[in-house]
Design a binder for this molecule. Sequence first.
Ligand SMILES: NC(=O)C1=CN([C@@H]2O[C@H](COP(=O)(O)OP(=O)(O)OC[C@H]3O[C@@H](n4cnc5c(N)ncnc54)[C@H](OP(=O)(O)O)[C@@H]3O)[C@@H](O)[C@H]2O)C=CC1
Ligand SMILES: O=C(O)CCC(=O)C(=O)O
Ligand SMILES: [Mg+2]
Length: 745
Amino acid sequence: MAADHSKIIYTLTDEAPYLATHSFLPIVRTFTQAAGIEVVESDISVAHRILGEFSDFLSPEQKVSNTLAELGKKTLEADANIIKLPNISASQNQLLAAIKELRGKGFMVPEFPENPQTEDEKKLRQRYAKIIGSAVNPVLREGNSDRRAPRAVKEFARKHPHTMAEWSPASRTHVSHMTHGDFYHGEKSMTLDQARDVKMELITTSGKSIVLKPKTSLLAGEIIDSMFMSKKALLAFYEQQIEDARKTGMLFSLHVKATMMKVSHPIVFGHCVRMFYKEAFEKHGKLFDEIGVNVNNGMANLYDKIQSLPESKQEEIKRDLHACHEHRPELAMVDSAKGITNFHSPNDIIVDASMPAMIRQGGKMYGADGRLKEVKAVMPESTFARIYQEIINFCKWHGAFDPRTMGTVPNVGLMAQQAEEYGSHDKTFEVQEDGVANITDLATGEVLLSQNVEKGDIWRMCQVKDAAIRDWVKLAVTRARNSGMPAVFWLDPYRPHENELIKKVKTYLKDHDTSGLDIQIMSQVRAMRFTLERVARGLDTISVTGNILRDYLTDLFPIMELGTSAKMLSIVPLMAGGGMYETGAGGSAPKHVQQLVEENHLRWDSLGEYLALAVSLEDEGIKTGNEKAKILAKTLDAATGKLLENNKSPSPKTGQLDNRGSQFYLSMYWAQALAAQTEDAELAARFAPLAKKLGENEQKIVDELNAVQGKPVDIGGYYFPDRSKVEAVMRPSATFNAALEAAQG
Ligand SMILES: NC(=O)C1=CN([C@@H]2O[C@H](COP(=O)(O)OP(=O)(O)OC[C@H]3O[C@@H](n4cnc5c(N)ncnc54)[C@H](OP(=O)(O)O)[C@@H]3O)[C@@H](O)[C@H]2O)C=CC1
Ligand SMILES: O=C(O)CCC(=O)C(=O)O
Ligand SMILES: [Mg+2]
């Protein structure tokens, strides 16, 4: 393919990464132009996704296309080269706020039907369901996951270690999970002998058939699972844990992943809130139902809904809620200054980030008085919760990890084609009546898997495709070979699903040359212990895991090693041949936007973007034979290394170098590296003037960038900001802007 047809797709997302993109894209284009590469935008922000879904409600000039669907199709093409920034996986509260903002701006998308009654409302609700929770990543992730800390980043962390609180062997902090009645308990799993169409059906005790999902087409070799969480067991567990925390004087803290597990975890979360405030719910439950309170969306929803009630009633409810606290444990706070507890909103306590933060703080979270305290971390589902208890045990014995000496733990994750639990939300159901939940072959009527369930249980089917597993095993071998590190498959033979996986892993490993490689299979708790023993000795170990542990471990280890998962290289080699380059392994850090709006300081670190862009350019260079792209990649990596070496990352403090200043330094180092290289004289000549100009004006530009800080700014919205205002805020240095412009061809 001719180099001048090269295209890199760069996503526009939300919050801090969206803001950072507005200053970064003009920089990127200045450089990529020189290699004939066009950088095109694809807006997959939550606001744009709402507009795309509801274009039938918009005027012709307001209509936008469904960019997410288009981008999803692109991932299936061999020449896809996509840079994907983190996006909001919207909770219901966030969705409501986005809808309100859009309507306020004259985009009359429908109101979200919280309690759909009519057929029309039910349809609208279904359309909105496509936008809620983790709705972007599963569509785009048509490949498995390769996440690691690049050498330069790890070296930087060793030289400039982040803070790490001490761990005491006497710490009482622990994880509480269920030991029966959860998804782990009684899971059933099978590998399909042939392609089959199945239905999911509940046969009630009264003999009625309720079709949960009429048809799902499965391929030969696919692994399917059937599992459920018992409501009775869950409630008994919560009751016991709440009481245990009270008796022992521990902070009570709940950790879920309601964004990715968008059907099951809001229910799991809601049961906990209702149990905690049991007496208030017994007294006011009927009224709450009437006014549409749904604490699956957190206490924020309750406080919002009761505002429709007379003042005196509101006071009574609040009194009754407060009264519950008298015989309850103290709750962990998300923001103690603002009085926001762990129960406020399920998207405030996303387990992959919230547990590592606690571990980094020496096993403590904030109480209502703003002081750090030991915690009971409640994660009902036991399948993966056990790894956190294991790392807590290790920290108590070993003490806190030392970022200066600890080894690194990259991850190879099974993620493609909506693998495992994270792809299960269209196959997850809250059981309406006691009965048997069956997965039945449509053609033969044969029941493949069945479970006895009761009203209120959460039943689900998960699946993972054979091709995805093969590709994952191959990626693991490739990473083990290229890195020279041992690789451990974290698989538990006592869990039926993972037992099926183990059989396949053993088979597919034989397709590869594994001579000289150290590849092992261990259950999760052993794998964690083995890995941590090595980490403490400065040794590196690849974790090869399923989809949930991919998510958990790629925040856990980076947060210990690097202070944040924003500094991870995160590659998705797409199964169709293309590449998607995610930027960091974390999210969109909402409090960063708040700081920008209040103080015009953006602490967001775009390092993930720099790393992603370098591999994207390298990939483009290799696939299209574009030598200039390869040089851009190499020099960008060198510039990133220098940025770290010279400590030009954004500071969290207003008044100091922020995201914009850091981007300036990257541009300067990149231009300098290009000017200095001797492989391509044309590129060197093209970037020499920019390198010179930026070097000469370094102090002036940094002063211009820092001078604007300390005052509030207006970006014209939160979910749907005004792009021209964002651009003005994000590009405040006239000197820098002029230098970039002059360098453009
Ligand atoms: N790939 C994706 O699309 C992902 C999206 N999400 C979404 O992101 C939102 C927030 O999720 P949450 O779980 O709180 O996780 P985040 O990773 O956004 O936040 C955790 C903390 O990590 C730090 N952090 C993360 N990225 C950066 C960065 N680039 N530069 C500097 N600091 C960073 C910040 O800490 P500090 O206080 O030190 O600044 C931040 O408060 C949610 O809407 C979630 O659904 C979450 C994960 C991945
Ligand atoms: O899609 C999401 O909501 C979050 C994704 C995530 O946390 C991850 O992939 O690490
Ligand atoms: Mg994650």
